[in-house]
Design a protein around this ligand. Structure first.
Ligand code: GLN
Length: 308
């Protein structure tokens, strides 16, 4: 491969062949209006360069990608005490499943399924007066984009259709696993999922996970190197829900998907990458965004390495 930019463009060209399959999420009605033929990819290298192709600057609903930032902030505040509230093992179940929560005493399997992210959000509601604004401000600083905002239409749509997430939150409350008011926790969780960001914004935001916790946009060590490594481990084992094993087999990268169609993935020591296309498979992961990460991993494994 010639240059990094040519590589990203060639990935985009090849991934567009998958745009016909999958379905745009409609259980949150505000997401259903997205055109299925959108596709974007952005790479942020550890030396701070951005390479992108397709609709990489178009903002979309980050949805469950927010869970990665929720976890990072909660670990920064609460440290290992967080693990008394949420586990670290793959669930093998859909992202919105309630089954294990009931039989496992109200402690969610991991921070990336909905129940786990709601438990993590509860810890942030205890720590910050306005947790979603705090998270939005962190995303603005990490991405160096002060225009990032919470899409109130998406947030309202999630609130209106909250029955399943509310059921999880009440179940955790019944087990004594939530410290705060259920509505306050759900509102904070939905606001964070409703952040609107582009592939370029997200690749920049999560570069600290590729750079041993160092955030170039802040000019500081955002989290300790060992914490960065551990978050990547959780992304690898749990970030794609019940498809985590399949995705590990296909691409072998720590990654987090969202039902808005975005996926962030990390190549530790090298770069962060965000890919986006709204049409999802039956597990709620973007078809084309997964495919392009598989192509990317495949190219990198050909022995030619990463282009300069
Ligand atoms: N906000 C969404 C929900 O709670 C997030 C789900 C997702 O992206 N997988 O259902």
């Amino acid at each position: 491969m010639e240059t990094m930019q040519e590589w990203v463009e060639s990935l985009e060209r090849r991934a567009r062949t998958r745009l016909g399959s999958g379905r745009v999420a409609n259980y949150i009605p505000a997401l259903a209006q997205r055109r299925a033929d959108r596709f974007g990819i952005a790479i942020c290298t550890n030396d701070g360069n951005i390479y992108h192709a397709g609709e990489a600057q178009e903002p979309f609903s980050i949805q469950s990608i927010a869970k990665t930032l929720l976890l990072t902030l909660a670990l920064r505040v609460h440290g290992d005490a967080l693990w008394t509230r949420v586990g670290r093992n793959p669930s093998g179940m859909p992202f919105n499943s309630l089954t294990q929560l009931e039989v496992e005493g109200g402690k969610p399997r991991n921070p990336f399924i909905n129940a786990g992210a709601i438990a993590v959000t509860d810890r942030l509601v205890s720590a910050f007066a306005t947790p979603s604004k705090h998270l939005r401000d962190v995303a603005r600083r990490l991405s160096a984009n002060p225009t990032i905002h919470i899409d109130e239409r998406v947030q309202a749509s999630e609130w209106q259709h909250r029955a399943r997430n509310a059921a999880m939150a009440y179940l955790m409350q019944a087990f004594g696993h939530l410290d705060n008011d259920v509505d306050a926790v759900l509102q904070a969780y939905f606001s964070c999922c409703a952040l609107s960001m582009s592939c370029v914004d997200l690749a920049r935001t999560f570069n600290f996970l590729a750079a041993g916790g160092y955030a170039r946009s802040l000019g500081e060590q955002f989290i300790a190197p060992d914490l960065s490594r551990r978050i990547n481990s959780l992304l690898f084992t749990c970030g794609m829900y019940d498809a985590a094993g399949d995705f590990a087999y296909r691409a072998g990268l720590p990654a987090k998907s969202g039902v808005g169609g975005g996926i962030i993935a990390i190549v530790p020591g090298c770069f962060s990458v965000c890919t986006w296309s709204p049409a999802l498979d039956e597990r709620g992961n973007s078809v084309a965004a997964q495919y392009v990460l598989e192509l990317l991993a495949d190219d990198m494994g050909q022995g030619t390495g990463i282009p300069r």
